[in-house]
Design a protein around this ligand. Sequence first.
Ligand code: F6P
Length: 547
Amino acid sequence: MALPSINPTQTKAWTALQQHFNHIQQQHLKDLFKENPNRAEDFTIKWEDFYVDFSKNRIDATTKQLLLQLAEEVKLKEAMQHYFEGERINQTENRAVSHTALRMPETAKVLVDGKNVIPEVYQVKEKIKTFCDEVISGKRTGYTGKTFTNVVNIGIGGSDLGPAMVVESLTFYKNHLNTHFVSNVDGDHFKEVIKNLNPETTLFVIVSKTFTTQETLSNANSIRDWFLQSAPKDAVAKHFIAVSTNIENVQDFGIHPDNIFPMWDWVGGRFSLWSAVGLTIALAVGFEHFDDLLKGAHKMDKHFKHTSFDENIPVLAALLTIWYNNFFNVQTEAVIPYTQYLNQFATYLQQGIMESNGKGVDRNGNKVNYQTGTIIWGEPGTNAQHAFFQLIHQGTKLIPADFIGFAKPLHGNKDHQDKLMSNFFAQTEALMNGKTEAEIRKELEQKGVSKNEIEKLAPFKVFEGNKPTTTFFINQLTPESLGKLIAHYEHKIFVQGIIWNIFSYDQFGVELGKELANNILKEFYNDGAANHDSSTNQLISIYKSKR
Ligand code: F6P
């Protein structure tokens, strides 16, 4: 069954939102708080160990009601049924989008093309568990009998970003295995990673859904060559593992059939960390923690699937994106985690959000006449405060931001945690309230600054405020809470795509550059004149003269 295909701008809710926007854009968040003493409570969702506070957004009860009406009018509920029932909602690639099946309990049933996929999911999970237990305990060794000390994940895009982000985020939970990630085709990347590694004690996990990706295969081949400089040929079987849907190509590479972890074409690359693509995660933190990550994601799946839209965290967050993107003409959104562990989180989200919703053609094949796909970026606080916060506070652009903070630190340092959290709360307060010129003048007067000086300085010190933020206040960073958080963003992407009436699960936009690069690569090896524009021709010829 096809997804509903409704132009959001043709809905009644959209017209009403436009009128409503004219009114609300003049309103200051400070005043909205004054008008409604229960605002914080009214716009906060308490769910499990999460407090999600939407109250510092430029919305009121009418905005919420109209956005919810928009969700109804574009038939979000119906679309969700297709998503969760294993239907081929990735219509342009004719595939189901069923990564949520990867975190379901063993007793569940998810039919993809009429077949329950859960038994296969659990077979692979069992294989991951056994393999990880053996490597971590030292039962499984390298070709000289030494236990493994290092794991290198070789993959790119969804076969790198998810595992790399989760391993970094769960550093606190890591065991003795050192994990590394090689992704870029830049030869300096893999060389730097392997330069201090001992082939005898290193395990290589090649992750590629298609097993045709240039970067991954180049890195895998070069690393195998390096490995074989000191190891015998049959040692490859003990040190190289693969995760892929393309079993034939994996075997051609020389990987032992026992060392192949399958995945399925109903799991998109950027949503695949829950499958065997997450093998490096399970190796780094142990299978139990990996499983807790999946359990957390499943809890968010249930919340998303069963909660009414007015209390539904991913639905409300997605609707807010539409509100800012399509009515306030906002271009970007920031994600600011107040924990250093999540320093890869925005990078990870960039693929999920921008590869999914960076589309300009609707589900009927027509060019859209409204904005889609937000640009996502961010860095951990408090570092971000000393880098780009100036622009968010006083620049000309409106940048809604998600602030993610955790009540309990992992290492238990109270002094640092209090400082961190005071910044976490202060920033959203400052962004919302700002500081008026009158307040600035008063403050400067009290400091004894001269009248003349106040005149000169005051305009530059004004903070307009009214900058929207959503606060995710979570008890502690655990595998489970991280799973919930990632799944939240996955569902938010889905809802945005449904409302914008685009296909979120293909990525044709990455193809053209790949094709051209393959052509140019061939040109490096022949002398014929290149047939490009004069700029590209010139650059290629300079490169050829220098390489
Ligand atoms: O960037 C395009 C893309 O197809 C991503 O969607 C995917 O995650 C990545 O390349 C890697 O693909 P593979 O896992 O097949 O090597």
